[in-house]
Ligand binder design. Structure first.
Ligand SMILES: NC(=O)c1ccc[n+]([C@@H]2O[C@H](COP(=O)([O-])OP(=O)(O)OC[C@H]3O[C@@H](n4cnc5c(N)ncnc54)[C@H](O)[C@@H]3O)[C@@H](O)[C@H]2O)c1
Length: 265
């Protein structure tokens, strides 16, 4: 993938960065010149990725649900590379379920990781990266989802968490200005992106009877996507690099779909 923008001299914390979209963002940001501080609950995968990236990468186990883990992550990043100027709130989980069948524990888990995990990250970014707090300002990027934009069967609980991430992003962008943080806060709405999460989602939709088989899922997605191809983690990483770079330095509070146009309907 071509490094389309420069992130030279930047340090980025990327949560859930051991694999999937987060892992690809970590690789791409490093290609763009950034130091990447990767965190995840998957230690072996995270360490292997950082070894592959080299000196510009470091890993720490972090559960985004824990405020103590967030403090430890910001402190370890500052010690390793300096105070971060980019935070990518990427860690997330997905549970596919009809609302009528939703398991209450699944609902709590979804909100705990996707919403509370992201909210703590934004709170810590204000406290550590904000200029008023002695930080450098910079960019926060949250991973929302196309499921915050369209109403698809099976995506009620997950989509509700991603709508919350979108709302958090926009309000945080306004508050970041009021508090003179120098932070830009944006989000992405990825469409169907080929990762472990997407594979599970597809299997769930077939098990729930929404689609008969994988071929039907693929055909449906392509027919609904104006750009007529499936999305890749690289597509998301390029958009992430742009929004976290100086090319986007007058852009805050936006959500950018990375879905080949699928959410247009
Ligand atoms: N793949 C898609 O189609 C798609 C579409 C829209 C949005 N997204 C969002 O993009 C992000 C990345 O998704 P992905 O497809 O790469 O999924 P993935 O499951 O491959 O990766 C998610 C990562 O988050 C980590 N994680 C989960 N719970 C965590 C926790 N409590 N603390 C720290 N890390 C935790 C996982 O270990 C994993 O490495 C998620 O927020 C997801 O909701 C994905």
């Amino acid at each position: 993938m071509l490094p389309t923008v420069s992130l030279a001299g930047r340090t980025a914390i990327i949560t859930g960065g051991a694999r999937g979209i987060g892992g690809t963002i970590a690789r791409h940001f490093a290609e763009c010149g950034a130091n990447v501080f990767v965190t995840d609950i998957l230690t072996a995968e995270g360490e292997a990725l950082c070894l592959e990236i080299g000196n510009a990468a470091a890993f720490l186990r972090q559960d985004v649900r824990s405020e103590e883990d967030w403090d430890a992550a910001f402190a370890a990043c500052a010690e390793t590379f300096g105070t971060p100027d980019i935070l990518v709130n990427n860690a997330g989980i997905e549970v596919t379920s009809f609302i009528a069948h939703a398991d209450v524990e699944d609902l709590r888990r979804l909100f705990d990781v996707n919403v509370i995990g992201t909210a703590i990250g934004v709170k810590k970014a204000f406290a550590v990266m904000g200029k008023a707090a002695g930080g450098k300002g910079g960019a926060v990027l949250n991973l929302s989802s196309m499921s915050a934009l369209i109403a698809s069967p099976g995506f009620g609980p997950y989509g509700a968490t991603k709508s919350a991430v979108e709302r958090l992003t926009k309000v945080a962008a306004v508050e970041a200005g009021a508090l003179e943080t120098g932070l830009r806060i944006n989000c992405l709405y990825p469409g169907i992106i080929a990762t472990d999460m997407q594979q599970k989602l597809q299997d769930d939709l077939i098990a729930m009877g929404v689609f008969p088989d994988a071929q039907a899922v693929g055909e449906f997605v392509l027919s609904k996507t104006p750009l007529r191809r499936l999305g890749s983690p690289e597509d998301v990483a390029k958009a992430a690099a742009y929004l976290c770079s100086d090319y986007a330095d007058f852009i805050t509070g936006v959500g950018l779909p990375v879905d080949g146009g699928m959410a247009l309907g």
